[in-house]
Design a protein around this ligand. Sequence first.
Ligand code: 2DT
Length: 217
Amino acid sequence: MPARGAFVVLEGLDRCGKTTQLSLLRSSLSSSSPPTPVKALNFPDRTTPIGTMINSYLKTAADMSDNAIHLLFSSNRWEAAPALLETLREGTTVVCDRYAFSGVAFTAAKNNGTCGYDWCKGPDVGLPRPDLVLFLTVSESVQEKRGDYGGERYETRELQRSVRGVFDRLRADDEGERPWKVVDADRSVEEVARDIEEAVREVEERVRGENPPIAKL
Ligand code: 2DT
C-alpha cells in the first residue's frame, strides 16, 4: 500500500489570487522530479445537480433561505467526499480551492449572522480534514486594485469585510488543532507561489513519511 497523499486547501477572500495559485501549484507539483501525483478540486463544484442549484443561487437566478443554501454547499462537499478519500488513499495529493471554511465564513457573515457560527459548522462535521490550510490574505486596497467585483452574490465590499472577520475567528479557533499557514497575498504572484510551494512540499513530505490516518472535521 502506498502512503496516502496530502490534502491541502487554499482559502481566502475574493481577489486574493487563489485560483491562479492553485493552478501554479498543481503544475509545479506534477512537473517536479519525480512528479507528485496531484489532483485539483474546487468548491462549489458547479458541475453536479447540487452544484447547478448553487450556481443559480450565486448568479441570483434563484433565491433560497440562508439555511437551505448553506446545507447545499455542505452537501456538495459530502457528495465529493468518497472520491476525495479514495484519491488520497491511492497516494494522490489533493489541492483544493475553497472548502468548509468558506462555507462557515460566508454564511455566518451574511445578514448580520442570522445563521449562527456554531450552526454553520455543524453540517461539515465528519468531512475529511485537510493536512494544511493555506489562508491567502489580501488587503482591501489590493483587493480593489485587482479589479471590480463581478455580478455574483457575495461580491460586495461589505460582505467581504464580514467574511474576513469570520475567517479570523475560524483560524483562531483552530489554533494548535489544524495547521493553518497565513500567506501574504498582497505580494507578487511569484513570491506567493514560492511560499505556497514550500509549505506544500513540507506537508507532503511529512504525510508521505508518517502516513497518518485521514482526520475528520
Ligand atoms: P468561487 O468564486 O470560488 O466559485 O465561490 N461559498 C463557497 C459559500 O458561500 N459556501 C461554500 O461552502 C463555498 C465553498 C464563496 C463562489 C462563492 O461561493 C461562496 C464565493
